[in-house]
Ligand binder design. Structure first.
Ligand code: PSU
Ligand code: MN
Length: 289
């Protein structure tokens, strides 16, 4: 494993969103922008991925480019040993990035939206399991609205994942700030987040603290507007027989197409917003060592 950052004030960033979540070159541009945002807050970005079986914590732009040009496998935590043994290129989802962050002793991780429980046939992301096993702070704009959000929130409870709404009483719906699903834990400051994390350490709590950070107003798309695109994208996925790892990337790109790029813009907006909050949390955590 190559670690290029000071992990005490690092913010981990994933590469699946770069390689499979956003179209090229927007993926790389967004990653680089997120890194700048993290730096401008005084924290250190650590973009995580795998090149030829080598885990890299703190990928350079050129290395991100290699991932895209040479191609990479989308991996969750359970596929990591496989791609490492085979010396493959891999982009890491939330679960794989969390697992590597733990090895590198990074405590804060920023993503767009976690994976969760899909609608219809059984399809549940490894992200949920990893969140239940790994003591980290994960910032996300709720879970992707292509999911069954109600079931995802219930699953998070079953798995003992601490979910707090940042300045909200609701679980955010990725492209929209509100979902109508109430959360019972709300925080209004970075200090409160750090205090909760301190208590997690003291009581030896193994799961993650998921900070649900709503998409900012200027990037938001109303829930009802998004719903129609999601339904159409899902019908198309069923028609084409898309299953497994391809489901999430397919739906994201189809919805972007159906919305004329509106959801893509929203996705970028929420990623940057999360990067900013994650950096503030990382700094506050370090100062409080
Ligand atoms: N957030 C985004 N875009 C993405 C993802 C998150 O804004 O593409 C990725 C994350 O890496 C997450 C993955 O872990 O989608 C979930 O994939 P699946 O549903 O196949 O578990
Ligand atoms: Mn899946």
């Amino acid at each position: 494993m190559i670690v290029r950052v000071d992990t005490r004030r690092a913010v981990a960033l994933e590469t699946t969103v770069v390689a499979h979540g956003l179209p090229d070159p927007i993926g790389i541009e967004t990653a680089v922008d997120m890194e700048s945002i993290v730096r401008s807050e005084g924290a250190e970005p650590a973009t995580i991925g795998v090149l030829k079986g080598e885990v890299i914590v703190g990928m350079t732009r050129a290395e991100l480019r290699r991932l895209l040009d040479e191609g990479s496998v989308k991996v969750g935590a359970r596929e990591l040993p496989f791609v490492l043994a085979k010396k493959l290129n891999a982009d890491t989802t939330v679960s794989a990035t969390m697992r590597i962050s733990k090895l590198a002793k990074i405590r804060v991780f920023v993503t767009g939206g976690i994976g969760g429980v899909h609608q219809g046939e059984y399809d549940v992301s490894q992200d949920l399991v990893e969140l239940s096993k790994n003591r980290m702070i994960v910032v996300s704009a709720g879970a992707k609205s292509i999911l069954d959000l109600r079931t995802t929130v219930e699953a998070l409870e079953t798995l003992e994942v601490i979910v707090v709404g940042y300045k909200t009483d609701e679980f955010p719906a990725f492209y929209s700030a509100s979902s109508g699903i109430k959360l019972n834990m709300r925080v209004d400051s970075v200090e409160e987040i750090v205090q909760i994390y301190r208590w997690m350490e003291k009581i030896d709590f193994d799961g993650a603290l998921l900070v649900a950070n709503p998409i900012p107003k200027e990037s938001e798309i109303p829930y009802d507007e998004v719903q129609k695109w999601i339904e159409d994208a899902e019908m198309e996925a069923n028609r084409l027989g898309i299953v497994g790892k391809e489901v999430t990337p397919f739906l994201l790109s189809k919805i972007s197409e159906l919305s004329g790029g509106k959801t893509l813009k929203a996705n970028i907006g929420l990623l940057k917003n999360n990067a900013s909050l994650g950096a503030k949390i990382a700094l506050a955590l370090e100062e409080n060592l």
